[in-house]
Each structure stands twice: as structure tokens, then as C-alpha cells.
Design a protein around this ligand. Sequence first.
Ligand code: IMP
Length: 175
Amino acid sequence: MKIKDLSFRKFISAEKIEAKVKEVANQIREDYRDKTPLFLPILNGSFIFAADLVRHVELPCRVSFVKHSSYQGTASTGQLKTLIGLNESIFNQDIIIVEDIMDTGLTLSKVVEELRSLGTRSVEIATFIRKSAAREHAVQPKYVGFDIDDEFVLGYGLDYEGLGRNLKDIYKAAH
Ligand code: IMP
């Protein structure tokens, strides 16, 4: 499959994705049994994972989408913007940040720092995909779907220059 200048091939099937989402949701349900977590999916990429995840956790919960992007093309620019769109009160809340993919982890370290300084009860991260670079970073997700090498992927919410978010499977760039 070709998108703009890049060729992609299938990497993780929709069936495997669904099984993994259920696995992550089960872990969260166990850990937050007596709590009402507030899920904070980070737009745009996490919208599909978040929609599947919250339906499988089967817990009383709140969901509020936020935005914080540092990405352009296939390489992280390292430029961070502030978190926008947080309308819920997060004081004393158990927050679960929902991310599509952690690459350098830069985006999330900033978000976690910001949330912890605002009187939250707990802040954890659920990322569907973690790249190898993120494993070396100080901020670590409690919940991880797939660990992958440092390669560019798209589909299941992830885009390449705005395209490919609606693909049911996950693809990776072919060399
Ligand atoms: P980080 O701050 O370097 O961890 O970048 C995280 C953000 O970059 C993610 O939320 C995605 O939006 C984007 N991103 C990182 N890697 C990929 C990729 O392989 N495909 C599509 N988007 C990616």
C-alpha cells in the first residue's frame, strides 16, 4: 500500500489489535476496581484506541479528550505545545492518559508533569504502542499494548501526513 511517497505493509492485524485492547482493558479494570478513573486520550491519534478501550474496561469512568502535539511528518520535531481542551476538574482524580504511540516519550513526560502539579490523585499512562526509544525515557507507561522497534507505523488512529488513521490494521513503512 502506498501513501504519498511511502510504501507500507501490514504489521498488526485487526484481530490481534482487538485481543490486545481487551487485555489492556482487563488490567485496568482489575487495578481500578473501586475507582472512577478519568481517561484523558490525547488527540488526534488515540481516538480509536480510546474508543475501544473505554468500552472494554466496563468501569464507571469519565473521558475527556485533550490535545498536545509535537509531530510533523515521520520525525519528532521536539517542539512541545501546551495541553489544551481540559474541561473536567482533575483535582483528586485518578487519571489515565491514553496515547496511541510513545516514540521519544517527550510529549508524555510534559503532560504527566503538568497533571501531577495540578492536584491529581494518580496519573498513569496507557499507550497502545511503545517504540524502543521510549523504553529509555524517565516517564514509563503502566499499560502497554505492543512494544515495537523504532519504525514508522500507521493505521488504527495513527497517521502519515494526516492519512491512514481510519485503517483497521496497523501498517509499517517498508524499506
Ligand atoms: P513522542 O513525543 O516522540 O513520544 O511522540 C508521540 C506522538 O508522535 C504520538 O502521539 C504520535 O502522534 C506521533 N508518532 C510517533 N511515532 C509515530 C508513528 O510511527 N506513526 C505515526 N505517528 C507517530
